[in-house]
Design a protein around this ligand. Structure first.
Ligand SMILES: Cc1ncc(C[n+]2csc(CCOP(=O)(O)OP(=O)(O)O)c2C)c(N)n1
Ligand SMILES: [Mg+2]
Length: 402
């Protein structure tokens, strides 16, 4: 923990009621980088000068979304381990980033996520069944099984289709933002990408254009300290990824990615700035990926267990939950009821979605052109015929290498 933080904690402790005082005095040492903006202390006490004034309903919506994102991820991993789906990408430990950013956006704004943001879809009102259907790629799936699992697409809530090639969403977000600028819609685009994503050319292109054209974009870099097994120290020699903002002529800020109030506050400032026409902002949300890269990965082969244990004590859901309990907005009883409710909702949704049949093989070719081209029609007919000859297409659900 930084010296200023400890001193601020002591000053706050002097003025605070006895219960809060005790907590502040017992301040923990943080494993977080020292330049990160925080609202909640390591003991989950809010700094009164920084605490955002959010209505009770929003605070509870934020908490419930973080909890549901965790439950959804747990279910996804479980389904994969049971062999019921082929692949999953959990976002364990990153719930505050996804949720805090969305809480600062309006419905009319656009979001361009990576593959590790189920909480974005959920916060903006996605039907969990539609997300689950993508994991099976069956007839209930919005994309009719044409996308990889966890690569959701949700036009109704203005969340752009997830792409596997990393950072492609950065240029897409800038394009949408510039389009809004030209059409004077006052819409903001937020895009999520990882620490590894900042080494991609698309990141550079998007940041350059956004800086030059003052595009209304908020760049959210989730620095979860790994790109699969490559640590951030091998990704960049910069002190922090936030330093990259300077080179593109935009303000940058690093925040504690496990403190949802900090993520919310800095995103809200960036969104207001973008809406005022003052241009883009870069936000580095520092966290640690608490799960595997994907269901195909084993992080115990490369991560430092001591660092992992230290971050475990900073769980974003627990941090925010403690804050809500102090504010008397949450309780053990409410927690128990929520857990039951989520378990039941997911069980019912899975049961329903899993039953849906796979799309017809010929559907691979539809929806591309209004009128199917003769070449596509010929390919469609050939594939259907092959299917008829072979009886059944192979199940490749265990062949995801990523
Ligand atoms: C252009 C491109 N190169 C390589 C890959 C393979 N790949 C998939 S995920 C990943 C790591 C990305 O790390 P980061 O951007 O930090 O995001 P995180 O997975 O940590 O959320 C890589 C290299 C890819 N999908 N796209
Ligand atoms: Mg990463």
């Amino acid at each position: 923990m930084r010296v200023e933080q400890v001193e601020r904690g002591r000053r706050m402790a002097k003025k605070s009621p006895p219960k809060v005082k005790k907590k502040l005095e017992k301040a923990q040492v943080s494993c977080l980088r020292s330049d990160c903006y925080q609202v909640l202390s390591e003991n989950n006490v809010a700094d009164p000068k920084k605490e955002p004034k959010l209505p009770k309903e929003t605070l509870l919506k934020i908490y419930k979304n973080m909890a549901f994102t965790r439950a959804f991820d747990e279910r996804g991993m479980m389904l994969q381990r049971q062999g019921r789906i082929g692949f999953y990408v959990p976002s364990f430990g990153q719930e505050a980033i996804q949720t805090g950013v969305c809480a600062a956006l309006l419905d009319k704004d656009w979001v361009f996520p990576s593959y590790r943001e189920p909480g974005v879809f959920l916060y903006r009102g996605a039907d969990p069944k539609k997300l689950l259907a993508n994991l099976w790629g069956n007839t209930q799936d919005i994309c009719k099984g044409r996308q990889m699992p966890v690569h959701y697409s949700y036009r109704d809530i203005k969340v752009f289709s997830v792409s596997s090639p990393i950072s492609t969403q950065v240029v897409q977000a800038v394009g949408a933002a510039v389009a809004g600028q030209i059409r004077k819609t006052k819409e903001v685009a937020a895009t999520f990408f990882g620490d590894g994503g900042t080494s991609e050319n698309d990141f550079h292109t998007g940041m350059t254009f956004a800086g030059v054209y003052k595009a209304p974009v908020v760049f959210i870099c989730t620095n979860n300290q790994y790109a699969i097994s490559v640590p951030t120290s091998k990704q960049t020699a910069a002190r922090g990824i936030v330093d990259k903002a300077i080179g593109y002529g935009m303000p940058g800020v690093a925040v504690d990615g496990n403190d949802v109030l900090a993520v919310y506050s800095k995103t809200a400032e960036a969104v207001e700035r973008a809406r005022r026409g003052e241009g883009p902002t870069f936000i580095e949300c520092v966290t640690l990926r608490m799960g595997p890269h994907s269901s195909s990965d084993d992080p115990t082969r490369y991560r430092d267990e001591k660092v992992y244990e230290a971050w475990k004590k900073r769980d974003p859901i627990q941090k925010f939950g403690e804050y809500l309990v102090t504010k008397k907005l949450w309780s053990e009883k409410a927690e128990k009821a929520l857990k039951e409710e989520m378990k039941e909702a997911l069980a019912v949704a899975v049961e329903d979605v899993e039953k849906a049949p796979l799309p017809d093989i010929g559907e691979i070719f539809t929806d591309v052109f209004k009128e199917m081209t003769p070449q596509l029609r010929a390919q469609q007919e050939a594939l259907i015929k092959e299917g008829e000859l072979r009886g059944k297409f192979e199940n490749t659900s265990e062949a995801f290498p990523l």
